[in-house]
Design a protein around this ligand. Structure first.
Ligand code: ADP
Length: 695
């Protein structure tokens, strides 16, 4: 037996004896009143009392027994020693209990007790701080039960006190440890987010300068080395973006940027962008959106694009034969919410069953050799997983090693009202191939960024004026007209927001509206909104990429020529006469943009005839045999390759062919195929002509 137990038992004896004597007295009295009380009942009562006495002795808990009518309370010796008092040091009245309660806990305990006695709550069980003789506070768990008379009024209540100080301390320490761990994790994520964000800025210099250098005279070795630099810088930027996203999600700072968009447009754009890789790997890339899917949805199209690019990119990366299909269908519909089901299927290497769940965790790859063979960080799917969750969906995979994989995800979107809204950013189609020379003011304090922006635009034939701060930008704006202003938002003195506000203010008296494009390295949510709210017309993030830069700047070319504010010009843009590029078999500038490399372009031109002929022949054979499926596949292959050459007309025809064959309409297919053959012949000539001319 332990010391404490011994002590508790020893101390409790006189008090108990006293109680037993009292009870015996009561029993005797009872017997006097009930002379016929059976001896059996009396013995049982005595036995029960004895059991109670044993229980009291056998526990370290303190026992209390309160006579509600007199206010007298029996406190067992352990009850008292629990808070440092000897048996005779404490008065056996209710006030003793009340006075020892922590002032902050007093009212709560009393309310609970009253509620229990009044029958408003079924149980009395409460934790509170209790004053120890040594001045410290102990945590006590009190439980008790009342005896009630025939009217339900309580006249006696008894129960126990348990010292739970240690448990409370452990709980508190755990809570503190958890908070510390959480804040450390948050600090880490915030640090990562900030760091990857900061590194993006100097990356601007590396990527921009490499792009510029690639556009100059270089010998083959220099070009090859520089292309490696550019490639490494691009993949470093991709990695930074992944880390930024992942740490933003971890730090709980990832929010969806929701607006109306066209799903078909997004899928088509991604497929187009991927077509070069698909083409180089000799794969087929097909997509099908169910007609049940509404054309316009409300959601974060940027993040949806990111998920799709990731999954389709992986599918292409891990497939060496066959192809990739993308399917979109409706999973479920509610009043104004629609859940879509996306399926990305490939005929690639597949994923072992035991890896199919863990690949969605950060930094996990299916095999340790994967990163050496295929590159990648293992962050992509973890980000997809979290983004999908933000879109109230889930993501999973079905796969068979050696056969292929199907990645599924669902995501909820709002339904658009049906009223088309102004597109968020200019679409690829709206770029005019034959661009007019524009006068552009670049306000930017960083020398590298000034140079990158200026050289890119100068090479494109635009006239550039430089300003190093907001004040200079305002002064230059006052002295000469510009077609567009590229405005860095962070500049010393007057920053980009303030300079824009000043320019907009000046325009109130002078009239006109100069397009202002914000430039920022910020990749944080809300930047775009902030720029637009500050009176800017569009937004471009650094590092500057030539394709994006031209697109953003040149969207204002026609607008300024027509002296129209951009909104009105947007509305006019679509029915405007077709630019000459639309009638040409292909768009050289766009072809150059999408391939980004002269050598590759020449290679692509060299193989055009052979490849297009192959698919055209396949289509003809299918038509002759009356088979729609191989016809559809051939049309799709053509679609994929023609996109690479920016051959708009041929691309449209092959799209029509794939639609007609998908619908099984062989008659129409024949008509389209005839046209397509002619167009491909024209295209082959045009390609050959421009490349013999440029080389
Ligand atoms: P990363 O591709 O950057 O390594 P991800 O998170 O996108 O990272 O993918 C994690 C891993 O899952 C990949 O490394 C690969 O092993 C596996 N994986 C993803 N997609 C496919 C796929 N379509 N086919 C085969 N394996 C895949």
């Amino acid at each position: 037996m332990s010391d404490t137990h011994e002590h508790a038992t020893g101390d409790s004896m006189p008090e108990l004896k006293q109680r037993v004597l009292e009870l015996e007295g009561m029993l005797r009295a009872c017997r006097l009143h009930l002379p016929n009380a059976p001896a059996e009942a009396v013995r049982e009562l005595a036995a029960s009392e004895e059991r109670f006495a044993l229980a009291v002795r056998g526990t370290n808990d303190g026992i209390w027994d309160w006579d509600i009518r007199t206010g007298q309370v029996f406190f067992s010796p352990p009850w008292k020693s629990m808070i440092g008092y000897a048996d005779d040091e404490i008065e056996n009245v209710f006030a003793t209990f009340e006075n020892l309660l922590h002032p902050e806990d007093h009212d709560r305990v009393m309310t609970m007790l009253n509620d229990y006695l009044a029958g408003r709550i079924p149980r009395y069980s409460v934790e509170f701080r209790f004053h120890h003789k040594d001045g410290s506070w102990r945590w006590i768990l009190a439980r008790g039960r009342a005896l009630r008379d025939e009217h339900g009024a309580p006249y006696r209540m008894a129960g126990s006190h348990t010292d739970v100080t240690e448990r409370k301390q452990v709980e508190e320490e755990l809570q503190q440890a958890r908070q510390a761990a959480e804040s450390a994790n948050n600090a880490k994520s915030t640090f990562l987010a900030n760091m990857s964000h900061e590194i993006r800025t100097p990356m601007n210099g590396v990527i921009g300068m490499s792009e510029l250098l690639l556009g100059t005279e270089l010998n083959d070795t220099q070009r090859e080395y520089l292309e490696m630099v550019k490639l490494s810088a691009d993949s470093l930027l991709e990695l930074l973006n992944d880390i930024l996203d992942f740490s933003k999600i971890e730090a709980g700072r990832m929010e969806l940027d929701v607006h109306e968009f066209d799903l078909n447009e997004i899928v088509t754009e991604i497929v187009q962008a991927m077509s070069l890789r698909v083409f180089q790997k000799r794969l087929v890339l097909l997509h099908h959106i169910s007609p049940k899917v509404p054309a316009r949805l409300i959601g974060d199209d940027g993040r949806l694009r990111q998920i799709l690019v990731n999954l389709i990119g992986n599918a292409i990366k891990f497939t060496h034969k066959g192809g990739v299909t993308i399917e979109v269908d409706v999973a479920s519909e509610a009043a104004d919410l629609i859940t879509l089901h996306f399926k990305i299927n490939d005929t690639g290497i597949g994923i072992a069953a035991d890896m199919q769940e863990s690949i969605f965790e950060a930094f996990t790859q299916a095999e340790t050799s994967t990163s050496r063979r295929y590159g990648g960080t293992g962050l992509g799917l973890a980000i997809c997983h979290d983004l999908v969750a933000l879109m109230q969906g889930r993501i999973w995979v079905e796969s068979q090693p050696g056969t292929g994989s199907t990645f599924h995800f669902t995501a909820a979107f709002g339904r658009a009202s049906g009223i088309p809204i102004k597109p968020k950013s200019p679409r690829i189609e709206s770029i005019v191939a034959t661009h007019a020379s524009m006068k552009v003011l670049i306000a930017e304090d960083g020398h590298v960024n000034q140079l990158v922006g200026a050289r890119m635009l100068e090479k494109r034939g635009h006239l550039i004026t430089l300003a190093s701060n907001g004040q200079e930008a305002i002064d230059l704006f006052k002295s000469a007209p510009f077609d567009a202003i590229l405005m860095d938002v962070h500049m010393p003195g007057i920053n980009g927001y303030a300079a824009t506000a000043r320019i907009r203010h000046l325009e109130q008296t002078t009239g006109g509206h100069v397009p202002i494009i914000a430039m920022t390295a910020n990749a944080m949510k809300g930047d775009r909104e902030r720029c637009l709210a500050a009176g800017m017309d569009d937004y471009i993030s650094k590092p500057l990429r030539s394709a994006e830069l031209f697109q953003v700047v040149e969207q204002f070319a026609r607008n300024s020529a027509a002296q129209e504010p951009p909104q009105a010009a947007h509305a006019l843009a679509s029915p405007a006469p077709l630019p000459p590029a639309d009638t040409a078999p292909f768009d050289l500038a766009e072809f150059r943009e999408s391939t980004g490399d002269e050598k590759l372009m020449r290679k692509l031109v060299a193989i055009f005839s052979e490849d297009s002929q192959k698919y055209l022949r396949k289509a003809e054979k299918a038509l002759a045999a009356g088979k729609a499926t191989p016809l559809y596949e051939a049309a799709h292959s053509l679609k994929g390759m023609l996109g690479v050459y920016a051959a708009k007309k041929a691309l449209t025809l092959s799209t029509e062919l794939s639609d007609a064959s998908h619908a099984g309409d062989l008659k129409t297919s024949q008509l389209i195929l005839d046209q397509l053959k002619k167009e491909c012949a024209l295209l082959a000539d045009a390609l050959a002509a421009s490349f013999s001319a440029t080389t």
